[in-house]
Design a binder for this molecule. Structure first.
Ligand SMILES: [Ca+2]
Length: 252
């Protein structure tokens, strides 16, 4: 009986993955499915490596002899089925860049700050607030993500807004570490959700970005104890680092 192998073995796909089916032994043909069903003689015929760009379960089987049979369609046997499961965490399409008025761009991010009684209707702030601009304790600009402008040691929140300049198109990983909760939005899409009351935790999210400017929003709150916030990223031509000041802008 021929032995079938589907390569690569189960894994997370990038944007596109080449799938190869190898067969060891004598066989007539190889057929496969992508929906998890068992391959039959009417399934897709394998003629060579093919590309997958979405989640799928590849199930393949070789069909074999006996060659001398008068009716090989009926008597042909099926090898053991081999399956390989592929998943994707990314949508294939990239987030398009947004239009900005370059003449009005300034380095840094704008922020809204909430602390003390001003941020809540009752008692100290202990969860991500609504970030109503009218309720902000103060606002201003920072060169990069930092808690430096805080006016309280505990129970405060920030919302940073601006643009991030992406040089090379492709998949970027953002890692948001915070004590307590934080969230990262790119073009209003939640990319990292690290919300909740907790000590220092890092969470990572990936997003496929076109080159150009993208809206970036980071929200953060501290519910007491230690307070920390860090945003790192890596992507095409960018080794993992704190998101640097020279890619952050706000519109005046
Ligand atoms: Ca804390």
């Amino acid at each position: 009986m021929p032995v079938v192998q589907v390569l690569p073995l189960s894994r997370e796909l990038g944007n596109k993955e080449k799938i190869t089916i190898n067969v060891y032994g004598q066989y007539e043909e190889v057929r496969y499915t992508l929906d998890g069903s068992e391959p039959t003689r009417s399934s897709t015929l394998y003629t060579g490596p093919f590309y997958l760009d979405k989640a799928a379960t590849v199930k393949a089987a070789a069909f074999y002899g006996p060659r001398s049979s008068r009716n090989p369609m009926i008597t042909m046997r099926r090898s053991r089925i081999r399956a390989s499961k592929y998943k994707v965490s990314l949508t294939k399409a990239s987030l398009p860049a947004v239009k900005v008025n370059r003449a009005k761009l300034k380095a840094g991010l704008s922020y809204l700050y909430y602390g003390g009684q001003a941020a809540t209707t009752g008692g100290a702030l202990s969860a991500m607030p609504q970030f109503d601009p009218d309720q902000a304790h103060k606002q201003g600009f920072v060169k990069e993500i930092t808690l430096a402008p805080k006016a309280h040691d505990n129970n405060f929140a920030f919302k940073y807004d601006g643009y991030i300049k992406i040089g090379g198109a492709g998949v970027y990983s953002f890692t948001l570490a915070s004590d307590d909760g934080s969230q990262l939005f790119i073009n209003d899409k939640l990319v990292v959700d690290n919300n909740g009351r907790h000590g220092m935790i890092a969470k990572t999210g990936q997003v496929n970005l076109a080159a150009g400017f993208h809206k970036i929003t980071v929200t953060y709150f501290d519910a007491g104890g230690n307070a920390k916030l860090e945003l790192k990223y890596k992507g095409p031509g960018v080794s993992e680092q704190q998101v640097p000041a020279n890619v952050l802008y706000y519109e005046e």
